[in-house]
Design a protein. Structure first.
Length: 212
């Protein structure tokens, strides 16, 4: 079997370790070598003596939770189901302190700017965007969806306010009863998922401020 070189200038020794890695205690990319497991155990033991590990878990959310929900006006029979699923799950998860403001915009492309202005007010712990983007025959729906998602990501990174997306685009969609019913039910589930993500994200960000 041909010996595999790990990097330029590393001559591979006959027992499966390159000289540089043997000198610094690193494992060579030779799992077929008989000395691989022994050397790996030694390296892991050496690492465990100096490694300090802290594992953080997300605590339950406490206190007030104020969310802005931005919905596009197109396909309200589907988008509205996302709103319904989100609000119901948010109420179930945080019944005593949750408050949601519903904002409506003309279409998906208007969501990022609206989200940015809401985030800058400082009133909201999180923002949720909801739209159903389909191919309208003028421009491709993939372009619209990608543009909206890029904008939402920029908003949350620039402001520090988490922005969750329910901006969904199907591969194909025809305004027929069976497809409308399918996507309406799908948006209910996505709304529930967004509510859970919203609560967990806010709780996790709050816990970061208290961990030293």
């Amino acid at each position: 079997m041909k010996e595999k070189r790990v990097g330029a200038g590393c001559g591979v020794l006959g027992f499966g370790l390159c000289r540089t890695q043997a000198r610094h205690g690193r494992v060579c990319a030779r799992p077929d070598s008989g000395n691989f497991l022994t050397f790996l155990k030694i390296t892991m033991n050496q690492t465990s003596q100096s490694l300090t590990l802290r594992r953080f878990s997300t605590p339950p959310l406490t206190g007030r939770l104020r969310v802005a929900f931005i919905a596009a006006s197109w396909h309200t029979d589907i988008v509205g189901q996302g709103e319904t699923g989100f609000l119901a799950e948010l109420q179930r998860l945080h019944p005593s302190g949750a408050h949601a403001d519903i904002h409506t915009v003309p279409g998906a492309l208007e969501i990022p700017l609206h989200a940015q202005n809401l985030a800058r007010t400082g009133r909201y712990d999180a923002i949720v965007a909801c739209a159903f983007v389909v191919d309208g025959g003028i421009y491709r729906h993939e372009f619209v969806a990608a543009t909206v998602l890029d904008g939402l990501m920029r908003v949350q990174l620039d402001t520090g306010v988490p922005v969750l997306s329910m901006v969904l685009t199907p591969k194909t969609y025809q305004e027929q009863e069976d497809q409308t019913a399918f996507f309406a039910a799908h948006f209910v589930k996505k709304g529930e998922e967004a509510a859970r993500a919203c609560v967990q994200t806010v709780a996790g960000l709050r816990s970061l401020a208290t961990n030293d």
